[in-house]
Design a protein around this ligand. Structure first.
Ligand SMILES: [Zn+2]
Length: 118
């Protein structure tokens, strides 16, 4: 529950915006291009365009978080750095490259560590 409410990392939001611009533009042209080319303007059309861009943004953002590098205690960190526990906001640990991640002070061996991005 906590993980679902956690804020998104900045790099994920930036990437989701880029995906939304590319995919949203393609979908807008395919689905609404004829209407837009005719010069039609309406609140309904504006909302449909906004929705067309928001869908790839939301899907991209959530799918990125789902596939973010996640390590269990005992797994070795390839890059090293600071990891935060998905289950406990505030629980963090710093490890060197190749070092094993420890159990979380709160979750113990069930922790899921994800890298903290600057
Ligand atoms: Zn934890």
């Amino acid at each position: 529950m906590t993980a679902a409410l956690a804020p998104f990392e900045r790099h994920m939001v930036v990437r989701a915006i880029k995906v939304a611009l590319v995919v949203g533009t393609a979908l807008t042209i395919v689905n609404l291009g004829r209407e837009l080319a005719s010069g039609a303007t309406s609140l309904d059309l504006a909302l449909r365009v906004a929705f067309t861009y928001s869908v790839p943004f939301i899907v991209s953002l959530y799918s990125m978080r789902g596939t973010a590098e996640e390590l269990r205690p005992g797994a070795r960190s390839r890059r090293g750095g600071t990891y935060v526990c998905r289950g406990c906001p505030g629980a963090a640990v710093s490890v060197a490259p190749g070092e094993r991640l420890p159990p979380c002070p709160q979750c113990g061996p069930n922790a899921r560590w994800v890298p903290r991005h600057a």
